[in-house]
Design a protein around this ligand. Structure first.
Ligand code: DMJ
Length: 823
């Protein structure tokens, strides 16, 4: 692991990306306008096509009314026939300075919304979206009214609604433990036989532990303490029930006896906002108990769950055991929470990892593996990544985070925008849409994006006077009844040298204003984690230190097998400077490091190539996705690709003397990755007479479906001498090719860019025939020579498909070694 870390950091040392380029005021303002336009598109689509329904169905262009649409299970528990999206959007309207729309929306809320429907809703969702939405809107209405410009008619009606809703949620807390039921009937509560709920025995930790901000705010605004008392009790139970050895909590808890039902522990789904609310309860309410609890949990999280840049799930009783190898997208909020705590380094690391994943898939998939493969491809336009991006920008002032925000904006427009709003993505791998636009998209996404690109002076409120609930509703920190320990945004550490931030004041101000490269230095180590977005130039030769033992060749071999060559720096230095003494002390060697991994600038796509098997029985139907090389023949410039039959190199790695040069003459060589550099293999095989090389990955199980393509680069030396085409296959695709060779002995292939794939999308118009043909006149005494012809006939309308020769009838002729056995 340590070695791998050395390698990862070595690969990126000194790479100068576009990272950190400042954004001009004009650029920021352009993006801010874009965000406003996107919000209008989403909000107006909801108002025009869905209101008063709870949600917009952006593909059907109508409202989602519970009971009228097919039941989607638990997610429908957010829908209480209370115009969810309208209420969730109210304080966003204010923040985005849409004050006419806000006033109008408040009037509609007071006029149209009923909170006493006979409907079973999620206590958690109703609390964070509806109660939080009403409270945020009430606070905003008060601010506007106080300014004397608007809302003069307002008489706390939203607060009255919030109180009514609070009372409708309270029956959920009627359990022996004090942990709330997960669902409540808005009209009949929980115990009433008409309620159709109350039989549940469990709830999620976040469900029970994400009430305190809204309930405390409701109590403090309304003067009725009952809400805060119940929410506090639930927090107390969760704290009491923490696993005392690890100080972690599980994911699901029994609401009657407080036993843990699911003991897996992470910071994402099921637990996330419990931790968030401990920290924010301290900020909002000024009660140190919440901070102390948060700090205890936080230490445990950093000890067991945070394995930067990853955030893993562990067993709460046995926290050194990981319980799964994937992460969920909800944990993307966590770097933002770490910023509030002042713990920037792990926040930057995890955020960078998440950014890499979004670069690969446009959005964060609901779940992705620790190797950054998609585990569950759905993306319901969740805002957590934008949230963390905003907090990191606030804390670092690093324009890199503006670029990240810009990419979020662009991807939403490019991949989620539909004529009637924005549609969730069903699977990030295919980009297919789902007919849903959750209310949190309007409540959260647009707030964080807009704030990211706004100066404080451009906002209608002083944003630092508010805390964001988990649904990004705005609650004023002035609600604190005790004098907050953090009256100012003072970030001076207070005497706890071991943990500087445990007792410091949470701050959303720039924490390291004098060190603009602070975040970059941390990020750089994770920049190419997923293999996406590398720099253009061939990796520069640079010195690194590797703590190797005198005889420890193993790591060197390991590096070699990864395609990294090491040359002791002593050689280089003696060649260039004639001295090496300073580098030769025992136990530490300096090396020239040359990585042959791909080097692609952030926005440059790797042009996918293919290996298309064209001889029988494949006939063009087997197509293997391949990666390109930055050296050798440029296949994109070959109109018809390069054709040849394949021969395995001996040795297979092509790292030593090529033993089967005669066999390779005029053919395309297959060579296994590893042991030496791609360029070295290519040179040897070209010299041996190969007309092309296909490198096959040596990492078992790798495939283009799961690992992003990359470009091979040279070995740091000039590569102009290499003129044959070079492509890279992951091992699964490689196995298909070698399997074909083993079975059919003669396999002809085409190397070409994917977009020029033979017969692609025109298959139905393309007639693939094959026939036996006799060559030339038969000379007496000679045996008949038969060739096998592949005939590709195009329909008259199709003049683009299959272009091996440029004729309308395409014929490839292959020597047929064994016609009898051919199909
Ligand atoms: C929001 O409703 C809240 O942020 C909640 O805490 C969990 N996540 C959704 C959005 O993803």
């Amino acid at each position: 692991m340590a070695l791998l870390a050395v390698i990862l950091s070595c690969l990126v040392i000194g790479v100068t990306g576009q990272d950190g380029q400042p954004m001009t005021a004009e650029e920021k303002s352009k993006i801010r306008d874009q965000i406003l336009e996107m919000f209008d598109h989403a909000y107006n689509s909801y108002m025009d096509y869905a209101y008063p329904a709870d949600e917009l169905m952006p593909l059907s262009c109508r409202g989602r009314v519970r009971g009228l649409e097919p039941n989607r299970g638990d997610i429908d528990d957010s829908l209480g026939k209370f115009s969810l999206t309208l209420i969730d959007s109210l304080d966003t309207l204010v923040l985005l300075n849409k004050l006419d729309e806000f006033e109008d929306a408040v009037r509609k809320t007071l006029r149209d919304v009923r909170l006493d429907n006979d409907i079973v809703v999620s206590v958690f969702e109703t609390n964070i979206r509806v109660l939080g939405g009403l409270l945020g809107a009430h606070v905003m209405a008060g601010v506007l009214k106080q300014r004397g410009e608007r809302m003069q008619w307002y008489r706390d009606e939203l607060l009255h609604m919030a109180k009514e809703l609070g009372y409708r949620l309270l029956p959920a807390f009627n359990t022996t433990s004090g942990l709330p039921y997960p669902r409540v009937n808005l009209r009949y509560g929980v115990v009433n036989p008409l309620s159709r709920t109350g039989t549940e025995s469990d709830t999620c930790t976040a469900c029970a532990g994400t009430m305190i901000l809204e309930f405390a705010a409701l109590s403090r605004l309304s003067g009725d303490t009952i809400f805060e008392e119940h929410a506090r009790k639930a927090m107390d139970v969760l704290w009491e029930k923490r696993q005392r050895g690890s100080d972690l909590v599980g994911t699901v808890i029994n609401i009657h006896n407080g036993d843990w039902v699911r003991r897996d522990s992470g910071v994402g789904a099921g637990i996330d906002s419990y931790y968030e609310y401990l920290m924010k309860a301290y900020i909002l309410l000024g009660d140190k108990v919440y901070l102390e609890r948060f700090n205890t949990h936080y230490s445990a999280i950093m000890k067991y769950i945070s394995q930067p840049p990853l955030l893993l799930n562990v067993h709460m009783h046995n926290p050194t055991v990981n319980v799964r190898s994937w992460m969920d997208s909800l944990l993307a909020f966590f770097p933002g929470l770490q910023v509030l705590r002042g713990d920037l380094k792990p926040a930057i690391e995890t955020h960078e990892m998440l950014y890499q994943v979004t670069k690969q898939h446009n959005f964060l998939p609901e779940a992705f593996t620790t190797e950054f493969r998609v585990h569950w491809g759905q993306h319901p336009l969740r805002p957590e990544f934008a949230e963390s991006t905003y907090f990191l920008y606030k804390a670092t002032g690093d324009p890199y985070y503006l670029k990240v925000g810009q990419s979020i904006v662009e991807k939403l427009n490019a991949h989620a925008r539909v004529p009637c709003g924005f549609a969730a993505v069903q699977d990030v791998r295919t980009g297919t849409h789902e007919d849903r636009m959750d209310s949190f998209f309007l409540a959260e996404m647009f707030k964080y994006l807009y704030l990211l690109f706004s100066e404080k002076s451009q906002l209608p409120i002083d944003i630092d006077d508010y805390i964001f609930t988990t649904e990004a509703h705005l609650l004023p920190v002035s609600l604190s009844t005790t004098q907050p320990p953090c009256h100012t945004n003072n970030t001076e550490p207070q005497a706890h040298e071991d943990d500087l931030f445990s007792y410091s004041c949470p701050s959303a101000q720039t924490l390291f204003p004098n060190n603009p490269t602070f975040a970059k230095t941390i990020r750089d180590s994770y920049k190419y984690l997923t293999g996406v977005g590398r720099a253009q130039q061939a990796s520069p030769v640079r010195g690194i230190e590797l703590p190797l033992h005198d005889t420890g060749l193993e790591p060197v071999e390991f590096l070699k097998s990864m395609g990294i060559s090491l040359t002791p720096l002593t050689e280089l230095i003696s060649a260039s400077q004639g001295s090496s003494s300073q580098h030769s002390h025992k136990g530490v060697f300096k090396f020239k490091l040359v990585a042959e991994v791909s080097q692609t600038p952030e926005h440059e796509e790797v042009v996918p190539l293919i290996v298309q098997l064209i001889s029988p029985p494949f006939l063009g139907r087997t197509v293997l996705t391949a990666g390109p090389a930055k050296f050798g023949m440029d296949l994109t410039k070959q109109e018809h690709g390069v054709k040849g039959s394949i021969v395995k190199s001996v040795p297979y790695t092509a790292c030593g003397y090529i033993e089967n040069a005669v066999e390779l003459q005029g053919h395309i060589a297959l060579a296994l990755r590893g042991e030496c550099m791609f360029a070295a293999k290519a040179r040897r095989l070209q010299e041996a007479g190969a007309v092309g090389v296909i490198f096959i990955d040596h990492r078992e199980g790798s495939s283009s479906a799961e690992t992003p393509l990359f470009q091979m680069v040279g070995d740091g030396e000039p590569t102009d001498d290499i003129t044959v085409p070079l492509v890279f296959l992951f091992s699964k695709e490689g196995a298909t090719l070698t399997g074909a060779l083993q079975e059919h002995h003669n396999v002809d292939i085409l190397l070409l860019p994917k977009e020029k794939q033979l017969g692609k999308e025109k298959a139905e118009k393309l007639n693939i025939k094959f026939r036996l043909a006799k060559e030339g006149e038969l000379v007496e005494g000679e045996t008949e020579s038969t060739t096998f012809q592949l005939v590709l006939e195009q329909s008259e309308t199709d003049t683009e498909a299959a272009s091996l020769t440029g004729d309308n009838q395409k014929t490839c002729t292959f020597p047929q070694k064994d016609p009898e056995n051919s199909p």
